[in-house]
Write a protein that binds this ligand. Structure first.
Ligand code: ADP
Ligand code: MG
Length: 395
């Protein structure tokens, strides 16, 4: 029971011009695309529309230009997209758009220059919405990662043309719905990362939605300290003690079990395999030590929690995973989640820049049910917010 329309609902699109919002905001290094994940994600939708005979015009932003400037041009990215798609991709400059779009032939794909070159894109200005809308007959939004912004090409235009979710958007929305919308219970969430302050809304929302909330990373220290544990030199937001305790109380009222580590990996310096490295009970951290990872006994207990759950949503590493051996807990729990997913007993959804990196480091990036690379949009969704670009697709 979907509330948004997909490419399956578009009917006969042969010869019609379809505007497709994609995320082409790829990392560039020395003028070349250094990671083409987002281009590959665009492929199913663009290929399908072209194969169905549509004239496909891709809308996307690149960087944060204040005004049109060559370093923010989508021209080199259109070339990289052609390479990934294995078919020609035209580039259409922003000031000559109308005539060039009119000249497209059925089955052709073109990338329109950076939507942010059109003044008013980020203000969702009706004049820009009109200009985009005048270029096509139908609109497809395939860029979940841009859906937390109400811009002309992500939101405004969806009200002006018949609007559909692309294949990548559809997969993302289905996965997120399965993880937190209508999950199979019991549901566990892992929230880690550096600070409570950046994820307050996430924590407050999750305690009302999940059965088990596993807190790791630097933010666990804030909760431990709020409970009176001496966390030594650990990264800790002592000023958030009252906030942390309010979250713990809220969880109790909502029937959500909070899991904080009871053993931890500590060191006196933040360095790879430092001589001061040791594992101890959370109550035994010395004044000159830092908690840098969840301990092995706690990880084993957390694995047992995951074994009782049917759904997992994960954001944030359990430790300072960039430096060995402080990736151990994240890697071990990620591998447990991957194994349970492979067995079919767990639906596992993860997201967040460092989380994706940590899962890849554990070698399980492909083994979760779904891994979101959406960043800000993923976090806003974890906060329970309605994303404007998604809402606009609901008609
Ligand atoms: P994501 O990008 O997946 O949302 P975050 O940015 O919130 O994740 O958190 C990742 C950061 O948290 C990493 O840089 C990691 O080193 C840091 N971190 C995790 N645990 C600790 C800890 N115990 N002490 C200090 N930093 C930590
Ligand atoms: Mg991060």
């Amino acid at each position: 029971m979907k509330r948004f329309k997909t490419l399956d609902d578009m009917g006969d699109i042969a010869g019609r011009t379809v505007l497709v919002r994609e995320d082409l905001n790829v990392p560039m290094h020395d003028g070349a695309v250094s990671d083409d994940t987002r281009l590959r994600a665009a492929m199913p939708t663009l290929s399908e529309l072209a194969d169905r005979g549509a004239k496909v015009l891709v809308l996307a932003h690149f960087g944060r230009p204040k005004a049109p400037a060559p370093e923010f041009s989508l021209q080199p990215i259109a070339a990289a997209l052609a390479h990934v798609l294995g078919r020609p991709v035209r580039y259409i400059d922003w000031d000559g758009d109308a005539a060039a779009v009119a000249a497209l032939r059925p089955g052709e794909i073109a990338v329109l220059e950076n939507t942010r070159f059109f003044g008013g894109e980020e203000k969702n200005d009706p004049a820009v919405v009109d200009r985009f809308a005048s270029l096509g007959d139908l609109y497809v939004n395939d860029a979940f990662s841009a859906a937390h912004r109400a811009h002309a090409s992500t939101e405004g235009i969806a009200h002006r043309l018949p609007a559909f979710a692309g294949r990548a958007m559809e997969a993302e929305l289905d996965a997120l719905e399965a993880a937190l919308g209508r999950p199979v219970k019991p549901v566990a969430a892992v929230v880690g990362g550096a600070k409570v302050s950046t994820k307050l809304d996430v924590l407050n929302h999750l305690v009302t939605r999940v059965d088990h909330l596993i807190i790791g990373g630097g933010m666990a220290n804030t909760f431990l300290a709020a409970r009176g544990v001496d966390v030594g030199k650990s990264l800790c937001e002592h000023d958030l003690a009252a906030t942390a305790n309010a979250i713990l109380t809220g969880a109790e009222q909502a029937g959500c079990t909070i899991h904080l580590p009871y053993d931890v990996v500590v060191a006196k310096e933040f360095a790879a395999n430092p001589p001061s490295l040791r594992t101890c009970n959370v109550h035994e951290v010395a004044a000159d030590e830092m908690i840098l990872d969840v301990g092995p006994a706690a990880v084993e207990a957390l694995a047992d929690v995951l074994k009782t759950c049917r759904t997992l949503v994960w954001n944030g590493p359990l430790g300072a995973f960039e430096i060995p051996p402080f990736d151990a807990a994240t890697v071990a729990l990620a591998r447990t989640a991957a194994a349970l997913t492979a067995e079919g007993s767990l639906t596992s959804v993860a997201g967040g820049g460092d989380t994706v990196a940590a899962l890849n480091q554990a070698g399980v990036g492909q083994e979760f049910s779904f891994v979101s690379t959406a960043g800000g949009a993923f976090l806003e969704w974890m906060e329970g917010k309605e994303l404007p670009g998604v809402r606009a697709l609901m008609g």
